[in-house]
Ligand binder design. Structure first.
Ligand SMILES: *[C@@H]1O[C@H](CO)[C@@H](O)[C@H](O)[C@H]1NC(C)=O
Ligand SMILES: *[C@@H]1O[C@H](CO)[C@@H](O)[C@H](O)[C@H]1NC(C)=O
Ligand SMILES: *[C@@H]1O[C@H](CO)[C@@H](O)[C@H](O)[C@H]1NC(C)=O
Ligand SMILES: *[C@@H]1O[C@H](CO)[C@@H](O)[C@H](O)[C@H]1NC(C)=O
Ligand SMILES: *[C@@H]1O[C@H](CO)[C@@H](O)[C@H](O)[C@H]1NC(C)=O
Ligand SMILES: *[C@@H]1O[C@H](CO)[C@@H](O)[C@H](O)[C@H]1NC(C)=O
Ligand SMILES: *[C@@H]1O[C@H](CO)[C@@H](O)[C@H](O)[C@H]1NC(C)=O
Length: 166
């Protein structure tokens, strides 16, 4: 009896960081020119993010943001409001970012990537919050999404999506 109760409480009260997954990326309003001065890349980047909360308690996360980087330079960001994902549930949210190459982007690299038809991008987001199981256990957790991908200028779509497991 004691062993069962112990096993039960070990499962119920074990708190893990919710799992984030970049479900898909939709590209809209893609505009680019490799031969203009400076070369530019503009688009609307819609990230569909899945948050899977395996805990038995609700995960409440704070306001945060998602970002898109090109060659280590931030080219788009968007904030999102805090919220919550109930225990054993999965939520999907869309975050829309206006992405635009800027003066900090290395023009030599951008010109050559635009000519190649494939632009490597990185997308990052973190969700910071607390998981609370019943009124007993409470822990701060950070879930991170860190993915690289290629933007194919011909298909105007994202391919080779690769995310770091955290
Ligand atoms: C790209 O820029 C070049 C040089 O400024 C210009 O001649 C060309 O018309 C532009 N192409 C597009 C599609 O805007
Ligand atoms: C690209 O986006 C920037 C910032 O939103 C804007 O200032 C610029 O006019 C856009 N360029 C084109 C060609 O759409
Ligand atoms: C989250 O963002 C909203 C809207 O910008 C703001 O009203 C609220 O105070 C923010 N919450 C925190 C904890 O910063
Ligand atoms: C930027 O691109 C160049 C050329 O592809 C590459 O050598 C360099 O490592 C990149 N830097 C970052 C921070 O990604
Ligand atoms: C996110 O946006 C895509 C494309 O607009 C849509 O198909 C999908 O249903 C949206 N997901 C959510 C959770 O709103
Ligand atoms: C871009 O990178 C190249 C190769 O590393 C370098 O020679 C050039 O100075 C860089 N340009 C800018 C604007 O940083
Ligand atoms: C980019 O997309 C086009 C059209 O879908 C495809 O033919 C091409 O193979 C893709 N490029 C790469 C490098 O995958």
């Amino acid at each position: 009896m004691g062993a069962i109760a112990l096993t039960f409480s070990l499962i119920v009260f074990r708190i893990v960081a919710p799992n984030l997954k970049l479900q898909s990326v939709i590209i809209k309003n893609l505009k680019f020119n490799s031969s203009s001065s400076p070369p530019y890349l503009n688009m609307t980047f819609i990230a569909e993010i899945q948050i899977k909360n395996d805990n038995f308690g609700t995960f409440k996360f704070q306001n945060s943001s998602t970002s898109v980087f090109y060659n280590g330079t931030l080219i788009g960001t968007s904030g999102f409001l805090g919220g919550e994902v109930r225990g054993r549930e999965t939520e999907i949210m869309n975050v829309t970012m206006k992405v635009s190459s800027n003066v900090w982007v290395n023009q030599t690299y951008l010109n050559s990537d635009l000519n190649s038809g494939l632009v490597k991008l990185r997308s990052y987001a973190d969700f910071r919050g607390k998981v609370r199981v019943l009124k007993i256990a409470r822990q701060s957790k950070v879930s991170v999404l860190d993915c690289t991908m290629n933007l194919n200028l011909t298909s105007k779509a994202i391919q080779d999506l690769l995310c770091e497991e955290s």
